[in-house]
Design a binder for this molecule. Sequence first.
Ligand code: TYD
Length: 213
Amino acid sequence: MVKRSNSHRGRLIVFEGIDGAGKTTQIELLEQYLRKSGRPVFRTAEPTDSESGKMLREILSGNVSRTSEELAVLFTLDRIFHNVGSENGIAKMLANGVDVICDRYYYSTIAYQGNETDPAWVAQMNLDCPSIAKPDLCIFLDLSAEESMKRIEAGRSKREIFETRERLEQVRRAFFNAFERLPDENIRIVNAARPIAEIADEIAALTDAILSK
Ligand code: TYD
């Protein structure tokens, strides 16, 4: 059971993982878990739906070309907006005692963009930014590229599958490299190759631990 915490401030919980790891399902289940125990929850994601988020989606879709450094700065800019936004900003939510569950955060920028440019710079830009909140918990849903491919391969050609698999492996490695740069963060690697309920139970326990602090 979720314990009532002494602190009024909400908690920031981030989910990361490669494609097919089950972020969406587990985010949904954690949201329900927190709501059931009477905690207000705000669910959000990056890139955001703001102008900077739209710009990022345009770049990610391949319509516009940008360097890795430009991308790293744009994702960080989008994150600053995400934190300080006057309507649904993370800072405001946390201050109002609302728990925030975020699908991707700076771990993604350090993993994806850091892998293509100087990761120390990417990490520093995010960690040292006064308006980017440090998560109370980062849950990395860990799945092998092989297992991930099994879950998402339907309907794709062999060649595409091969390329995607290589890419998934690269991204997974990039996440672990990123985590090594972040010794002061509460990052939990959760084995995502298990039944949904088992994973949800582990995440609930990890969440209980930060709520009672
Ligand atoms: P999205 O449509 O949210 O897909 P997903 O379900 O995979 O989260 O697209 C997010 C994409 O953006 C994803 O491929 C990872 C990438 N990304 C970065 O490269 N850097 C970042 O900082 C973030 C937040 C996402």
